[in-house]
Design a protein around this ligand. Sequence first.
Ligand SMILES: CC(C)(COP(=O)(O)OP(=O)(O)OC[C@H]1O[C@@H](n2cnc3c(N)ncnc32)[C@H](O)[C@@H]1OP(=O)(O)O)[C@@H](O)C(=O)NCCC(=O)NCCS
Length: 180
Amino acid sequence: MKFEKLSAKTINLRLVEPSDADFIYSLRNDELFNKHLSLTSGVVGDQKKWIEKYKEREAEGKEYYFIIQRLDNNHSIGTIRMYDFKDNPASFCWGSWILNKDKTNSAALESALLIYNLAFKSLSFEQSHFDVRVNNEKVIGFHKKMGAEIVSENDLDYFFIYRKDVFLSSMAKFNKFLVG
Ligand SMILES: CC(C)(COP(=O)(O)OP(=O)(O)OC[C@H]1O[C@@H](n2cnc3c(N)ncnc32)[C@H](O)[C@@H]1OP(=O)(O)O)[C@@H](O)C(=O)NCCC(=O)NCCS
C-alpha cells in the first residue's frame, strides 16, 4: 500500500524497514520507555527478522508499522503500529507507541492524529480498539482526553474503544496539529 504523505505539523510517519532494527531495538530496550510495554527478547538480529516477517503482513495490508520522524531534521524519534484489523465493525488496534527524548512537544498528539486520520479517512475503519496497562496513568489520560471510552478491564489492562464519529467531530480542534 502506498500512503499519501503522512505528515503533520512537526513530525511525519514512514513505514518501518529492516534497517530500522537497531533504532527499534534500542528504543524498546531503554528502561525509560519500556515499563508499560511487552518485553522484546533476543538481540538486534531477532528484531530485524521480526521486521522482515512484518513486511509480509504489510504487503498483505494486515498491519502497518511506522517510524515517527521529526520534520526539521528527519531524525527517527519513535514508533507507532496499527494491527489486529477486524470486520463488523471495521476496527483496528494500535500500539508499539514510543517516543524518545528527542520528540517534539506535540509528537504524541500528532502521531495519534495521523493514525486516526489514515484509519478513518483512507482505510475505512469505523473504530479503534486498544489496551493500556492500568498503571500507565499518563497514557490513560491521553486517550480519555481524546474521547476514547474504557469498555472493559482486567487486573492488567484497560480496554478502550475510540470511534470515528468522535474523531471527526474533534477535527476542528485538532487541525492545527495536522497542518504544517
Ligand atoms: C506514550 C508516549 C509515546 C506518549 O508521548 P508523550 O509525549 O509522553 O505524551 P503526552 O501525553 O505528554 O502528550 C504530549 C503533549 O500533547 C498534549 N496533549 C495530549 N493530548 C492532547 C489533546 N487531546 N489535546 C491537546 N493537547 C494534548 C499534552 O498535554 C502534552 O503537552 P505538554 O507536554 O505541554 O503537557 C510516551 O509517553 C512514551 O513513549 N511512553 C513509553 C511507552 C508507552 O508507555 N507506550 C504506550 C503503551 S500503551
